[in-house]
Design a protein around this ligand. Sequence first.
Ligand SMILES: Nc1ncnc2c1ncn2[C@@H]1O[C@H](COP(=O)(O)OP(=O)(O)OP(=O)(O)O)[C@@H](O)[C@H]1O
Ligand SMILES: [Mg+2]
Length: 411
Amino acid sequence: MPNSGLEFDLSQMSQKQERFFMSRKRFIGYGGARGGGKSWAVRHKAVLLAMKYPGIKILILRRTYRDLERNHVRELVPMLKGIAKYYAQDKYFRFDNGSIIEMGYCAAESDVLQYQGVEYDVIFIDEATQFTWEMFTKIYPSARGANDFPHRLYLTFNPGGVGHEWVKRLFIVKRYIGDEDPDEYDFIFANVYDNKVLQEKDPDYVKMLNALPDGLREAWRDGNWNMLAGRYFKEFDYNIHVIEPFEIPKHWTRYRAIDYGLDCLACVWAAVDELGNYYIYREYAESDKVISDGAKDIIALTGDEEIRYTAAPPDLWARSQESGKGKADLFYEAGLMLNKSNNNREAGWLAIKEALKVYDAGMSDGVMLKESRLKIFSSCTRLIENLPALQCDEKKPTDLRQFLKHNTIKT
Ligand SMILES: Nc1ncnc2c1ncn2[C@@H]1O[C@H](COP(=O)(O)OP(=O)(O)OP(=O)(O)O)[C@@H](O)[C@H]1O
Ligand SMILES: [Mg+2]
C-alpha cells in the first residue's frame, strides 16, 4: 500500500498487516502470537479509518490504563500532531474532519458499562485474550449505527490470558454457536517472523521468545494455542486478582518466598491482613545474579519491614560437593536467613489455587461483587504475566509442570 501522504510511515507494512487493513469482515482477528506488529496495526488502521470517513467514531481498548497509555497514547500523540487533537481528560483524539478515536480500558468488569449502550462504528480490542467473555459480549454490540460507516471489530491477541478459550473458539478453532455467523469472522495469523522491523530493531525480542520455557515458547513465538490449554491457575482473572498498590498497614504479618534456579533468583513479598487475605506486594526476579548480590538486593528492597520468615525450597540446603555448603548457607552469609519450606510442591500449588478461588462477595448496585483471598499488586508485572500462562503437568493435573520450578519467565 502506498504511503498515503500522512505524517506517519506505512512503507514498512508487512503483508499480514496489509491483509488486516484490507479485511472487510465484521470480526477481524489478527496475530495469534507475540510481536507480529499487532499494536502498530491497530493504531495505524484506526487513524486511516478516521481520515477516510469524516465523523466516524472509533474506540481502541486495552485491558488496563497503563497498557493503553504506554502502548497507544504515547505513540499516537506525536504521530497525530497537526492531524488530531488529544483531549487527555476524556481520552480521545478529535480530527478536523469530526472523526473521533476514543481510548478506553476495562480494568474491572464494571468498566465495560461505560462502553455498553454507546454507539461506536469501529472497535479495536488490542490483546483481546486479556478480556473475559463477559466483557466481550457486552462490548461488541456497541459497534453499530444507522449510518454508512463500516461497523467492525478488530481484535488482536496471542494465546494465554483469561480470554484464551473464547478467542481460540472464535478465531482459531472456528466453532460457532447460536446465531454466530461464520462468514462474519476473519483471522490473519502473524508472528514475530512477519515483523521485519522488530527483528531488525530489536533482535533480543526474538531471543527472548526462543528462551521461553517449553509450552510458553510454542504459544507466544509460534502461536500454538494448545500448549496453554491446560492452564494451571484457571482461576486467575486480572479483574479480580490484580489491585492497585496501597500502603500495607504496619501490623500485618509479612513473608517472603524465594527460589533460586539455574539462571534466576526470584522473590515475592506477601502480607496477610486480619481476615487472612494475602497480598503479594512486591516481586524481584533477576537472572545471572550470584547469591550474595541477589540477597543484598532483596534485603535492600525490604528496607525496615519486619519479615516473619522467608520460605525457600529444600533443595537450597543441598550441599555442594566442592565447598560443602548449601545455597541456603550462602544466603545466610549475605545476611538473608531462609526457612526451609515443605517439600510438597503440589500441596503448595494447590494452596495457591485455593487462595485464588473466586467467590461471590455480595451485590452492589445490582452487580455481584467477586472476591478472592489472594490479591496481587499491579506493580508485580512479571508474576501477573506469568501466572495465567503456567501449565498443568499432563501426567498429574494437580501439579505444575516441572520446568516452573526453576524458571521465571523473562519478558
Ligand atoms: N509496519 C511497521 N512499520 C514500522 N514499525 C513497525 C511496523 N509493524 C510493527 N512495527 C514496530 O515493531 C515493534 C513491535 O510491533 P507491535 O508492538 O505492533 O507488536 P505486537 O504484536 O503488538 O507485540 P506484542 O505481542 O509484544 O504486544 C514496534 O516497535 C512497532 O512500532
Ligand atoms: Mg502489542
